[in-house]
Design a protein around this ligand. Structure first.
Ligand SMILES: Nc1ncnc2c1ncn2[C@@H]1O[C@H](COP(=O)(O)OP(=O)(O)O)[C@@H](O)[C@H]1O
Ligand SMILES: O=P(O)(O)OC[C@H]1O[C@](O)(COP(=O)(O)O)[C@@H](O)[C@@H]1O
Length: 323
């Protein structure tokens, strides 16, 4: 056990995601039990650069487990991409006598830590937080489950109005480069077609189906934000093959990032927060804590690449339910 760690820093970075506050609570609680003080840096790497920090106390965080977003705020920091910015961040850590850092964010955040480790030799631990679920080394990232639940609830509502008007609805869901939210929400709402960046046969199936759509029901299409064709082009191609359709496009957007975390995300936040402190106490460095097959798992940052987790089973489901 590493007893030299007395004061750690924690921050959230990249896109916020439901469950981040639960992780902050678990980190702080576990740290306190082990006699470690916790400072929270605000606005991701920006807070490290500017020395913008607050003391975190578990009794204040306890009731915030249920809250979406991140109480520490988050940011995408251009300054940290530059060595100058990282040197300022190092100064902040030295001035505040920080012995270790825990970052909650996506693969970009972990790349940032790797770059930082070239000039800063304290231990870094990462917790995967992004609704996109596009990180290897964990089955689920913080926020994915909540985002899918929000998407499903919204698309179910769209179905009600779509059925009432016999309309074709194209619903765009988030996922910058990943179709994970798209395939999950699409399957769970019984979409007639699901378009994701990881598959290029889905569009041909869709046009085939919509050609014969006879306007006596709703026709729901879920399109991932990262899909190479995109909602607008899908719309114009549909109108070409079937000019009679009454079509609307809805982009769910940032509503998917907010809201109270689901049970799974709260539990994930708690498990990963505790695991992050345990990893530090075991002397680990430059690793991300994740959950694989329901077991805690550590992955070196170098191996945490953006991953398209649409495996064969999911691809088969996509084919089956799009046919
Ligand atoms: N190669 C890098 N070097 C230094 N900092 C980086 C690097 N890549 C990303 N970062 C920092 O991490 C922040 C978060 O990354 P981003 O890709 O926006 O989100 P996410 O962590 O959710 O993937 C960036 O705004 C930047 O400050
Ligand atoms: O909030 P912004 O900056 O518009 O970013 C939107 C992007 O953030 C996400 O919601 C999540 O991205 P992160 O992996 O950076 O957390 C994407 O799905 C989306 O493309």
């Amino acid at each position: 056990m590493d007893s030299t760690i007395k004061h750690i820093g924690v921050f959230t970075s990249g896109g916020d995601s439901p469950g981040m506050n639960a992780a902050l609570y678990a980190i702080t609680k576990t740290a306190e039990v082990n006699g470690i003080n916790v400072s929270g840096f605000r606005k991701g790497y920006e807070g490290l650069i500017d020395g913008d920090l607050v003391q975190l106390k578990s009794h204040e965080l306890q009731k915030l487990t249920q809250k979406g977003g991140t109480i520490l705020k988050t940011a995408r920091s251009k300054r940290f991409l530059e060595l100058e910015g990282r040197k300022k961040a190092l100064q902040t850590l030295n001035v505040n006598k920080i012995d270790a850092l825990i970052a909650i964010g996506g693969d970009g955040t972990f790349k940032g830590l790797l770059a930082f480790s070239e000039i800063c030799d304290i231990p870094f631990i990462g917790i995967p937080g992004t609704i996109d679920n596009d990180i290897s080394g964990t089955d689920y990232t913080l926020g994915f489950d909540s985002a899918v639940n929000t998407a499903i609830e919204s698309i179910d509502k769209i179905r009600d109005t779509a059925e009432s008007h016999n309309r074709v609805f194209i619903v765009e869901v988030m996922g910058r480069d990943s179709g994970y939210i798209g395939i999950h929400s699409g399957l769970m709402v019984g979409a007639d077609a699901i378009l994701i960046p990881e598959s290029d046969t889905d569009f041909i199936n869709l046009l085939d189906k919509v050609k014969h759509y006879d306007s006596d029901d709703a026709f729901l299409i879920v399109v991932s934000e990262g899909d190479e064709i995109g909602a607008e082009l899908v719309s114009s191609k549909i109108k070409e093959v079937n000019p009679n359709v009454d079509l609307r496009i809805t982009k769910l957007g940032h509503v998917q990032r907010g809201g109270n975390p689901s049970a799974l995300d709260r539990m994930l936040g708690i498990r990963l927060g505790v695991a992050a402190i345990d990893a530090l106490l075991q002397g680990k460095n430059n690793v991300m804590v994740g959950i694989l097959n329901n077991q805690l798992h550590l992955t070196p940052f170098e191996e945490v690449v953006k991953q398209h987790k649409i495996n064969d089973e999911l691809q088969d489901l996509l084919k089956l339910f799009s046919s």
